[in-house]
Design a protein around this ligand. Structure first.
Ligand SMILES: Cc1cc2nc3c(=O)[nH]c(=O)nc-3n(C[C@H](O)[C@H](O)[C@H](O)COP(=O)(O)OP(=O)(O)OC[C@H]3O[C@@H](n4cnc5c(N)ncnc54)[C@H](O)[C@@H]3O)c2cc1C
Length: 492
């Protein structure tokens, strides 16, 4: 059978595109190399518990907010979302803890209480966050000839903006302190990426009662209900081009799938490596995507807590050893900052699962990068466990006796992510965007091959919010922006 659309990769981006296009009547096939759909939002089982890989919270789901219409049309508002506390993030730097509140005005008020002399700067920052929320979908709006987002947001350094807007170094670190959700790199991080990574969470922040695979399962079920197909254990190894267009995807087991149009949710450099012979994919494009750097990967410490020891807290904690939020992960030495997020208890007030996350440099994993899973030996295990211990020690600075409450722990590194999702260097957020060269580092969903499109976090934006925006952009290229805009308007 020949499909209208073959999607390679069932990460959030691939599933969302497949959902939208199958709903529009296209015959859609999703090919996933793993044993379950979801990519970074899949879960893994240890004993009787399911653990998340790459999802803890999402922003902007409230009515009228930035993700509401898209998630509604994707059927994802049916899931058991629970709003976090009004204070949804707490940033601890050394001995001081600062609170992030949901709602732009309250967000400003609360931080201005700690930094009264910075009230004007905080107000203008909140206005900029609002601008990003309101205009990020402008390119889909058929009544606008161009986006109202100022171009300088892409061409300006996030760090420079913060330095120009605020005087207090501590406030700059606090405002950056929830940004383990992106790569804080002075030399490259665009202001737009920084604002996007913060704004929707300030609109409103939500957790699932359950694990992230609920999202993948819901999308996959809907795709099948619309007549589409999601095939796991289907590792694409080659995309065949004929007369300048892709015609087939060939999988590792030799199965051949034919399609009119192909979408890849896999890293663009990996995608290009599947196309051996091409009239269209010139060396310049291949070099561009393979030469681009990737964001850091993550060390994740998934903890099982002893029963009745830790009360659930309905917010996230970001804990830093020193106020060097912009540089800590580039330095040698013990882990400098963590995100601490609880799994919402099924019943009762005590938590059974807590995740600790910290950025990890690829150089720490590199010695084992050519060794297969399960054969990495004691030195790799020792490195993982040492880093996990450091994360736990940092968590203990805000939750006394935390270590004693733990009954088991499972540690994954960027190598784990590389092996499961094929993302080069196990990068957590895909290709690094760079304000010094936005045209080069922000990729279009279109490629030089007219029937090959890209989607997912490597293109424009990352995270559940960003990947969803990108899926809308990819689908708009295929079915026209008016249809996507109307779909969102009908759900609003
Ligand atoms: C540790 C961590 C924590 C995170 N926490 C959050 C959070 O709390 N909130 C938030 O909004 N975002 C979070 N994110 C980011 C978010 O998870 C990602 O941005 C998003 O899920 C990426 O989706 P994607 O579709 O772009 O790619 P991926 O999830 O990487 O999907 C790519 C898919 O392609 C498949 N694939 C690869 N090669 C092949 C092949 N040859 N053939 C077939 N299939 C193939 C992979 O198996 C995978 O399923 C986190 C990320 C990480 C790593």
């Amino acid at each position: 059978m020949k499909y209208d659309i073959v999607v390679v990769g069932s990460g959030l981006g691939g599933l969302e595109c497949a959902h939208i296009l199958s709903r529009f009547g296209k015959s859609v096939l999703v090919l996933e190399k793993g044993s379950q759909p979801g990519g970074c939002i899949q879960s893994y089982r240890r004993g009787r518990m399911l653990f998340d890989t790459g999802f803890h919270y999402v922003g902007g789901l409230g009515e009228g907010q930035s993700l509401h219409a898209a998630f509604k049309s994707l059927g994802l508002l049916r899931l058991p979302w629970v709003q976090l506390d009004r204070t949804f993030d707490r940033v601890t730097i050394g001995a001081h803890t600062f609170s992030f509140h949901q709602g732009y005005d309250v967000f400003v008020e609360a931080l201005a209480a700690d930094f009264p002399q910075e009230l004007d700067g905080l107000k203008s920052y909140a206005n900029l966050l609002r601008t990003v929320e309101e205009h990020q979908l402008d390119v889909l709006n058929p009544s606008l000839s161009e986006t109202l987002l100022p171009a300088e947001l892409f061409e300006k350094s996030a760090f420079q903006y913060l330095e120009e807007t605020f005087h207090d170094e501590m406030l700059i670190n606090v405002l950056s302190g929830t940004s383990l959700k992106m790569e804080l790199r002075r030399e490259s991080l665009p202001l737009f990426t920084f604002l996007h990574g913060n704004s929707s969470f300030i609109e409103s922040s939500w957790r699932l009662q359950g694990d992230g695979s609920l999202i993948a399962a819901s999308l996959a079920n809907d795709i099948q209900a619309y007549g589409g197909k999601v095939v796991c254990h289907a590792e694409v190894q080659e995309l065949v081009e004929k007369d300048g267009r892709l015609v087939q995807a060939i999988c590792a087991d030799g199965t051949v799938y034919e399609g009119d149009l192909f979408i890849s949710d896999v890293h663009p450099a990996v995608t290009c490596s599947w196309i051996k012979q091409s009239q269209k994919l010139r060396k310049a494009y291949r070099t561009r995507v393979s030469g681009q750097e990737n964001t850091f990967g993550m060390l994740t410490v998934s903890l099982v807590m002893k029963p009745q020891t830790l009360k659930y807290f309905n917010y996230n904690r970001y804990v830093y050893r020193h106020p060097d939020v912009w540089t800590f992960y580039q330095k040698d030495g013990p882990v400098g900052g963590i995100l601490m997020a609880c799994r919402m208890p099924e019943d009762g007030e005590y938590v059974r699962q807590v995740d600790l996350l910290t950025p990890m440099r690829w150089s720490e994993c590199e010695p084992w990068s050519d060794t297969r899973v399960g054969r990495r030996g004691d030195a790799y295990k020792e490195m993982k466990e040492r880093r996990a211990d450091e994360c736990i020690a940092l968590a203990e600075t805000v939750v006394p006796c935390f270590r004693e409450m733990i009954s088991a722990r499972y540690v994954s590194t960027p190598l784990t992510y590389r092996d499961y999702t094929s993302t080069p260097q196990g990068s957590a957020y895909g290709m690094r965007k760079d304000f010094r060269n936005p045209m080069q580092t922000v990729l279009s969903p279109r490629t030089p091959i007219p029937n090959l499109y890209l989607t997912g976090q490597n293109l424009v934006l990352h995270g559940l919010h960003g990947v969803t925006m990108t899926s809308l952009f990819t689908c708009a290229e295929i079915v026209g922006k008016e249809r996507i805009w109307n779909m969102l308007r009908d759900e609003a």
